[in-house]
Design a protein around this ligand. Sequence first.
Ligand code: ADE
Length: 234
Amino acid sequence: MRIDVLTLFPEMFAGPLEYSIIKRAREAGVVAINLVNFRDWARDKHHTVDDSPFGGGPGMVLKPEPVFETVEAVRATQEVKGPLVYLSPKGERLTQALARELAALPCLTVLCGRYEGLDQRVVDHLVDREVSVGDYVLSGGEPAAIVLLDAVVRLLPGALGDDQSTEEESFSDGLLEYPQYTRPAEFRGWKVPEVLLSGNHEVIRRWRSEMSVEETRKKRPDLLIGPKAEATHE
Ligand code: ADE
């Protein structure tokens, strides 16, 4: 998969892209992540990317020209076309289902906003999907883009080690994951549930499935409501 990230702060991605699963996925050629600073595409000598809003008001708004020109230049280098995702608190919520949808694409372009926002003509005529990582406001799209990249890249075939799977984790079946334990079997008097020491895989599978529903009922009952949840878990 190829992911182009358009940002005014490519340096913010250095840490997150250079560790753990994303690092390995990049090294293994599972994903190529290309950071593009759209300030480089601002034509004036000060490389201006923002201006005050028409109609007045506080803050600055990202100008359309550098964003359009960067996206057009990046698209010209993409062999396969993919959607342009703009990170914004106004977008549809990032869910595991959306992460899976994006991970199935061969190519993705991610646009990070800053300041008070982006000229609406970019959203109306260039952006394919506006995506939010939650109902709170970040100081820019970069931390949200890092969340999105992580959620997508770890789902790519070959990104996780052989012994790791995304099939049994939270949200994969619309439920939260069952509790996990490791050695010691007793720690400070707290014992691991007996069933996990039984060696009986069918009994363990059933216990995990029950715990998964129980965790969800306790912590995220909203996930159990709705047509999909009813069909799967009734
Ligand atoms: N940019 C600022 N806040 C954001 C959010 N909650 N999600 C995505 N992008 C953002």
